[in-house]
Design a protein around this ligand. Structure first.
Ligand SMILES: *Cc1c(COP(=O)(O)O)cnc(C)c1O
Length: 229
């Protein structure tokens, strides 16, 4: 395995190449380094190589890293990318820049309640199950559309876009990414502020090039930066 700094550099080059191929500006794609299961020392190594945004999937592990003296004062931008249960919201609220994995209206309602209690305005993404696999979290695309009006009226929280985890097969993944983008385009005209509804969190180590081709604005890369978990 190469060093983390080298891996990040290589991924940034691949992002740029994919953007050029897709006729996009590389500045439109944010790299989120997924550090779950890896220790704070490796997060630090990535940070020292210029990586600022990190993704974590498990509440307890996120809290430990968030409070780790190695990382605490650095100004890391944390993304919570895991499945989020309602009863865990209060422990992470205010500590993360963006929550990617809201997949129920009731969880969004709880997020809204906690945001108001804490006097915060909280950004979130809806997780969408674009593959239809029953093992996956996420709202069905139809459910997103039927819940949209209710979601848009919740105070204290702002829907910034959509997130998905695609099928392992790359051709299928590309279809699913396209589907997510179409869904975002469908939501924009009915949203109170379309200029805020811009994010597509899609693409991981194995499929971020396809995701960039389909309009990803955030890719979540773990293994290709930190090695196998
Ligand atoms: C673990 C994880 C990733 C990173 O996956 P890699 O294949 O290691 O790049 C991305 N998104 C989510 C939601 C994850 O849980």
């Amino acid at each position: 395995m190469e060093s983390i700094a080298t891996n990040i550099e290589e991924i940034r080059e691949q992002i740029t190449a994919a953007c050029i191929e897709a006729g996009r500006d590389p500045a439109e794609v944010r790299l989120i380094a997924v550090s779950k299961t890896h220790p704070a020392s490796l997060v630090r190594e990535a940070f020292d190589a210029g990586q600022i945004e990190f993704g974590e999937s498990y509440v307890q592990e996120f809290l430990e890293k968030h409070e780790d003296p190695l990382l605490e004062e650095l100004g890391i931008e944390w993304h919570f990318i895991g499945h989020l249960q309602s009863n865990k919201i209060r422990s992470i609220i205010g500590k993360v820049n963006l929550i990617h994995g809201i997949d129920k209206l009731s969880t969004a309602e709880e997020l809204s309640k906690r945001a108001i209690q804490n006097n915060l305005q909280v950004d979130y993404l809806l997780e969408v199950n674009t593959s239809g696999e029953t093992s996956k979290y996420g709202m069905a695309p139809d459910e997103v559309l039927s819940s949209a009006e209710a979601l848009f009226t919740l105070p204290g929280i702002t829907l910034r876009g959509l997130m998905t985890i695609a099928s392992p097969d790359r051709a299928m993944a590309q279809e699913e990414f396209r589907h997510l983008r179409t869904l975002l385009e469908t939501l924009k005209p009915i949203s109170p502020d379309p200029s805020k509804l811009t994010e597509l969190s899609m693409g991981m180590s194995g499929d971020f090039r396809e995701a960039i081709h389909e309009g990803a604005t955030m890719i979540r890369v773990g293994t290709a930066i930190f090695g196998w978990r």
